[in-house]
Design a protein around this ligand. Structure first.
Ligand code: NAD
Length: 350
């Protein structure tokens, strides 16, 4: 059985994933790794961004780690064969409905944030975003011509009790292992889906998680609070659309896109999907200068949440911290290390 399936993908994906492979070989040499083409490179080779065989291998693995997909060379591909469509199909096929996005500020990088050091130093937020429902998937969705000219576009925001409850459960469980606090963000003041969201979270909290501190917050206020006093948050639970936006805002607090890992989880016992939040960065692809830490920290999350290797995850996290404290910086962090040299720094700290 494959422990970790690597899907390096396009652009800088293969460059950063290669560093994950090196780290895995050093830290957990017993893990069985496997690899498949994915995204644009799979489209070029097989005509589809995700083959049935690659999806089946992903579903049978214990964890999947993806690099990044996409690039201008595939902009003309049919919409359903674009690299990004492969990613949506992978998430849907793996049934990963809870997206975990930590926004962590490493002390040595506090200066790189656009906020003042005292606001972000020690920051540790976990955003839990619903990933497979809501307005990105709701039907009907269409653009139609209007009789008198002009057009009308419709998207549908839709959530069921079950969809809200299963992702809220992930947030409460995580909070118990952290600082025991969940903020649930929606727009219950103006949206029915927000009203149901608040009701379901409140009810689940009362029934099963009364020991966890719960606060409801309107999503627009959450956006304000994230840039005003981000350290008030521990776990922030929200839907697909608001989560997309709030997690990017929170990400920016920590300095560079090249530092940010993520996980997408389904029901217990099924493989998690781990990926840096950055894209394929066509502007720097092939130059060997991408920061591999987001990918390496995604592996750290895989060790913790899917591979049952918390001790190794702790060691890896400490090694990343030590490398940064020792001054290791790729170009996005204001330094001059190459991707491989940053990998070297983490390996040396390990
Ligand atoms: P991007 O994240 O690829 O790049 C944004 C900027 O951040 C670029 O200047 C890039 O050089 C920089 N950057 C990103 N990751 C970096 C790293 N590890 N180290 C140093 N610098 C880094 O976003 P984009 O330019 O909007 O998108 C490029 C392509 O990636 C598009 O095709 C897009 O669809 C795709 N994309 C894929 C994913 C994914 O695979 N999950 C996510 C976002 C975008």
């Amino acid at each position: 059985m494959t422990d970790l399936l690597l899907l390096p993908g396009d652009g800088i994906g293969p460059e950063v994933t290669a560093q994950v492979r090196r780290v895995a070989q050093a830290l957990t040499p017993d893990l069985k790794l496997d690899e498949r083409p994915f995204g644009g490179v799979s489209y070029d080779a097989h005509g589809v961004p995700l083959t049935d065989e690659a999806l089946a291998t992903a579903k049978a693995a214990r964890a999947v780690l993806m690099g990044a997909v996409g690039g201008p060379q595939w902009a003309g591909a049919p919409r359903d064969k674009r690299p990004e469509a492969g990613l949506l199909n992978l998430r849907a096929g793996m049934k990963v409905f809870a997206n975990l996005r930590p926004a962590l500020c490493f002390g040595p990088l506090a200066e790189a944030s656009s906020l003042k050091r005292e606001l972000v130093e020690g920051l540790d937020i976990m955003i839990v975003r619903e990933l497979t429902g809501g307005i990105y998937f709701g039907e009907p969705r269409f653009i139609e011509d209007l009789p008198g000219g002009g057009k009308r576009a419709v998207d549908t925001q839709v959530y069921t009790t079950a969809e809200i409850e299963r992702v809220a459960r992930v947030a409460f469980e995580l909070a118990r292992g952290r600082r025991n606090k969940v903020h649930s963000a929606e727009k219950s003041n103006v949206m029915d889906s927000g009203l149901l969201w608040r009701e379901v979270v409140t009810d689940l909290h009362r029934r099963e998680y009364a020991d966890v501190q719960l606060e409801h917050i309107l999503a627009d206020n959450a956006a304000m609070q994230i840039v005003k006093a981000p350290k008030q948050f521990d776990v922030l639970l929200t839907d697909n659309l608001f989560g997309d936006i709030l997690s990017d805002a929170a990400a920016q607090l920590t300095g560079s896109l090249g530092m940010l890992p993520s996980a997408a989880l389904g029901v217990a016992g099924t493989p998690g999907l781990y990926e840096p939040i950055h894209g394929s960065a066509p502007d720097i692809a092939g130059q060997g200068v991408a920061n591999p830490l987001a990918a390496i920290l995604s592996f750290e999350m895989a060790l913790r949440w899917s591979l049952d290797r918390a001790a190794e995850a702790d060691r890896l996290f400490a090694a990343v911290e030590a490398a940064l404290a020792g001054g290791a910086r790729t170009r996005d962090l204001g330094g001059a290390l190459t991707t491989v040299q940053m990998g070297d720094a983490v390996l040396a700290a390990l």
